[in-house]
Design a protein around this ligand. Sequence first.
Ligand code: FES
Length: 98
Amino acid sequence: MSPTVCSCLNVSEAEVETAISAGARTVAEVGERCEAGTGCQSCHAGIRILLEAQARRDLAAGRAPSTLHQLSLFELAAGRTPSPAGSHRPRPKKPGGR
Ligand code: FES
């Protein structure tokens, strides 16, 4: 059984991957095809990771990744998987700054 990606709409990872295989290239397009991410939107980071995985599979197979716009050039160059949205640390405030 495939894990659930979107709990609001009860959409599994397999259903999102099917949407991507069928041509969805953005989080919005995934939502149009299987409704994942059309509720509270907290699953968007997970959907983006699946889109990025498709781009990496395309690159590994020597194809121009159709979901390349999901990957930043820095992440591609560094071979890194991006962190989920909102997981970065905030910048420390400058002393005396606002
Ligand atoms: S968990 Fe996907 S829209 Fe809420």
